[in-house]
Design a protein around this ligand. Structure first.
Ligand code: DGL
Length: 256
């Protein structure tokens, strides 16, 4: 069974993509809603939370882990691999870089939380891969998370915020923009409008899920699908229902 965790309910965008590509797959989801957001926290704290999240999922029977949260992928993927060497761990970054490179961009943009952008993970991975000729421009867009959770997916306020964050990309139009946060694909239309039409947006959930299904062909498909939150607040459940298009029964997770 796959374990999937996120700092909150944003990771449901990854679950939705997983269900689109493999409707009967078995998984256990954990959203750490009691401690969200991770995007403004220090690397040390994000690593500690990520270890506790992964341990919880393993205790529930997970045999592989998807770090749906980009912030945790950026800051804690390596620590999780070291802590759980026998468990396949999938973050959101590497497949996304591969998908971006396949489009042969000269000018690549990355948007994410403050912690993800501050970690410089995307330029670091490109450097590791020996890629030198791509100009990478990064912008942290912390308000996007809040706007998505308030349901303002196509609102004037969101359009103004997008203009403020992304207008810098218009001077040298991007070939490719990585939407490096669980919530951003929900704002796809507004983001596309704020950059130019010629910019291809990459949703890391799509490429990561496709990659995982490819490398784990024997994945359990008994449709055992369990959802945990560390705080089951009614507003959170309401948003989750809206995003998933169906009511989800959340169980309360106690993390330690
Ligand atoms: N899930 C986080 C991410 O993808 C966004 C929300 C947060 O800041 O915790 O980076």
């Amino acid at each position: 069974m796959i374990g999937i965790f996120d700092s909150g309910i944003g990771g449901l965008t990854v679950v939705k993509e997983l269900l689109r590509q493999a409707p009967d797959v078995s998984f256990v989801y954990l959203g750490d809603t009691a401690r969200t957001p991770y995007g403004n926290k220090s690397a040390e704290v994000v690593r500690q939370y990520a270890l506790e999240d992964a341990q919880f999922l393993i205790d529930q029977g997970a045999t592989s882990i998807i770090i749906a949260c980009h912030t945790a992928s950026a800051l804690a993927e390596q620590s999780l691999r070291e802590s759980f060497p026998k468990i396949p761990i999938f973050g959101m970054i590497h497949q996304t870089v591969d998908a971006a490179l396949a489009l042969k961009p000269k000018h690549l943009g990355v948007i994410g939380t403050r912690a993800t952008i501050g970690s410089n993970v995307y330029p670091a991975v490109l450097k590791e891969m020996g890629v030198k000729k791509i100009a990478v421009q990064q912008v942290a867009c912390p308000l996007f998370t809040v706007l998505a959770e308030e349901g303002l997916l196509d609102d004037q306020v969101t359009k103004l915020v997008a203009k403020k964050y992304l207008s810098g990309f218009r001077a040298h139009p991007l070939d490719v923009l990585i939407m490096g946060c669980t919530h951003y694909p929900l704002l796809r239309a507004v983001i596309q409008h704020a950059v130019t039409k010629r910019t291809t947006l990459i949703d890391p959930a799509q490429v990561t899920v496709a990659h995982i299904l490819n490398v784990l062909p024997d994945i359990e498909r008994t449709k055992k699908q369990v959802f945990f939150l560390s705080d089951v607040a009614s507003h959170t459940v309401q948003i989750a229902t809206k995003w998933m298009g169906k009511k989800i029964e959340f169980e309360k997770a106690v993390l330690q």
